[in-house]
Design a protein around this ligand. Sequence first.
Ligand SMILES: Nc1ncnc2c1ncn2[C@@H]1O[C@H](COP(=O)(O)OP(=O)(O)OP(=O)(O)O)[C@@H](O)[C@H]1O
Length: 635
Amino acid sequence: MSVQQETHGFQTEVSQLLKLMTHSLYSNKEIFLRELVSNAADAADKLRYRALSDADLYQGDGELRVRLSVDTDAGTLTISDNGIGMTRDEVIEHLGTIAKSGTADFFSQLSGDAAKDSQLIGQFGVGFYSAFIVADKVTVRSRAAGFDADAGVQWESAGEGDFTVANIEKPQRGTDIILHLREEEKEFLDEWRLKSIIGKYSDHISIPVEMWQEGEPEREEGGETIPATEGQWQPVNKATALWTRNKSDISDEEYQEFYKHVAHDFEDPLAWAHNRVEGKQEYTSLLYIPGRAPFDLWNRERQQGLKLYVQRVFIMDDAEQFMPQYLRFVKGLLDSNDLPLNVSREILQDNKVTQSLRTALTKRVLTMLERMAANDADKYQKFWGEFGNVLKEGPAEDYANKEKIAKLLRFASTHSDSSAETVSLEEYLSRAIEGQEKIYYIVADSYQAAKNSPHLELLRKKGIEVLLMSERIDEWLMSHLTEFDGKQFVSVTQGDLQLPESDEEKAEAEKQAEEHQALLSRFKASLGDKVKEVKISQRLTDSPSCIVTSEQDMSSQMVKMMKAMGQEVPEVKPVFELNLEHPLVAKLEQEQDEARFGKWAELLLSQAMLAERGSLEDPSQFVAQMNSLWLELSK
Ligand SMILES: Nc1ncnc2c1ncn2[C@@H]1O[C@H](COP(=O)(O)OP(=O)(O)OP(=O)(O)O)[C@@H](O)[C@H]1O
């Protein structure tokens, strides 16, 4: 008997997800069981946690477990737990909406191409809704811990546009998920098939997953009477929390499956580190590097962090205090013996134990990445492709580990002709030329702009490698990364390059500066306060001129970034550099007409500004000047 039946529509994204799932996950249908058992285990964890402060919640039933049962006549498979359960409001909220921020954006990216979308959906996680991969109707009966039998609720849906909810009597606490299997999915009624799926995906779940074992009548065997046995629920998984077992007893597959449970991911992780620490601090950690960035990695409201256990008892999901922001992609768990069982987010916030755990775990992740980089370059490259831009936040956030993080960075460079970020700083230094004391880099709007920048000309000629950066985060990174292995970073668009040069070269440069002092002064007089200074360039071979910013000023790239964020930026006057070898500059030196000289000088400056900044304050003036000179020349 049910009362107060209501019909609700699914949130649009849920309807989209349901449609997509049935089309794109057909090749790996059995994962629905992993997802539902994983939810049941989470529900047990949550109840155990709540019961720490209110033992009455167990209502005399503290043996938490999941049970699978089949009804071959009805064609149903039921996954039943005695965990925390759900109230009517919770059922409506949790099984009708997706509570992740950024979900709508995510769905707007889907292409309609099943193969592509199934890749994306793995990033998203399907959880409960995976029930509809194999069922054409799903009934959920739940009763929240702490309520009486008449507070049960029933949810039912055919997975199309809507679901119904009604109040019911439910004698036991917890949740039953009843799958009305599609005609072609009846294989999931088979006991052996179910056992093998549980063995494959759910061995590591810390509560028992049980199936009913029929009793046997009394029988005679070899003249002996074997007494009748009664039917009973039998566990079919190992039911010990994976991280409490010995490393040597755990297979890679088990680690991988456990990852999918804690991370709600579909794909295998790239690497993991499982450590038990005893002594002053006692804890076990199991940390994973995912194989792919989640869809909401850059979403500020995204939940992140480790699952926290205290003495084997689940305390909370997404404990973000144990990892710095720049390692926010790390998944896994921490089981501490030093934190109190009643620990809350507030207590964690400024707690000494938290601090030292965070330091230790950060180090573990960095070591894991170092190992990956050293032992499996391909894998590391995959990691870098997914999470490199997050790791670049590291030097700004974590001063103590700056050098370690710097070693893990990868860049594009003039050494290869590819935009792929593969060059490490150690590799860069191993190719430094004789006398090169600096690490040269350029930050530009795109790889092409960086690669073709006139500022690189002389360095190219001298065979000095330059790191080419063009990600949004790079300017920020470089404002915090000032040296590596005792060598300073130098932006090729800023200040003095301090290139290695011989005594003759030095003497030659000084001589040139003296000889052409008049030209420099003429330029300065003509351009006035449009420029800070006019200099002979050390960087150019092919271009006539370029602008650079002096070391104390904000770089052009930083100015652009601040402006894009709507910030006021003080005007930065460029240093104007001339290439004396260039015929245009040589010609100008001969120019007698001061007015004409002025026009040429302006034009050169505008060109250099355009090449460096990508835009001009007054583009139409530039065009007019150009046209007028052109006309004059063509006379
Ligand atoms: N067996 C259950 N007992 C109690 N609550 C449950 C159960 N199954 C699901 N829920 C509730 O429904 C919510 C949604 O479940 P769902 O599996 O869709 O997402 P999730 O587990 O939060 O994350 P993911 O989608 O990544 O698996 C859960 O967070 C939980 O609150």
